[in-house]
Design a protein around this ligand. Sequence first.
Ligand SMILES: Nc1nc2c(c(=O)[nH]1)N[C@H]1C(S)=C(S)[C@@H](COP(=O)(O)O)O[C@H]1N2
Ligand SMILES: [Mo]
Length: 232
Amino acid sequence: MSEANDDKRARIVDARRKLRERFLDKIAGTPSLADGAPMGSGPTNRHGMPQLPPDQYETRKWPVLDLGVKPKVSTATWSLTIDGAVRRPTTLAWSDLLALEQIEDVSDFHCVTKWSKLNLRWRGVRLADVLALAEPADEARFLMCHAHDSYTVNLPVEEALKPDVLLAHTVDGAPLPVEHGGPCRVITPQLYAWKGAKWVKRIELLTADQLGFWEERGYSNTAYPWRNDRYS
Ligand SMILES: Nc1nc2c(c(=O)[nH]1)N[C@H]1C(S)=C(S)[C@@H](COP(=O)(O)O)O[C@H]1N2
Ligand SMILES: [Mo]
């Protein structure tokens, strides 16, 4: 990543716009609280909806869910690779991530086990920007996130492009703690939280859908909290 930052930013903005255009119909066709108002840059994502999706309760603590491993990843050796069905396979170092546009967004976090943590203030980079950098191929429709603990989770590209989907490195003003996926995780505020990979290391673009860890074990492939869409 040696381009001058201005050139790179202009290229990302243009690539993001083109990518969004390709997926606009699909974005419009999915249940979304964001469709009317771009987010990823401001306060909560509820937009007049009730506080909580159906059958969720609010928790003040923030539970930790993982597969029994909390990988220690230092920012010095951190990298994120975007590959698969892309024109420009891309690997970012930590400094590359921080050189991209930084977004602050307040959003809610809904776990399929029924707790919701409201009003988390995240800071990070839009996943859309990082995908735009890698230029997904025309046939790219899905992505698989791979994490350091061998967790995997799949997403349709149109969900990944939503503006509140972040590669988050900071929460409530502090570096994201290891147990919550630090130094960097994906968040998907409009889907159940398992769709956001903690300790993400690779994002693979796919031309056909594949199931991730929980989707293979019976969780819904779509995972819309506002539709109580938990299991398949
Ligand atoms: N790498 C990785 N990411 C993961 C998980 C995991 O086990 N490993 N668990 C998922 C699940 S089921 C949920 S509910 C959220 C929990 O995030 P938290 O531990 O920060 O609350 O992370 C998701 N992302
Ligand atoms: Mo979960």
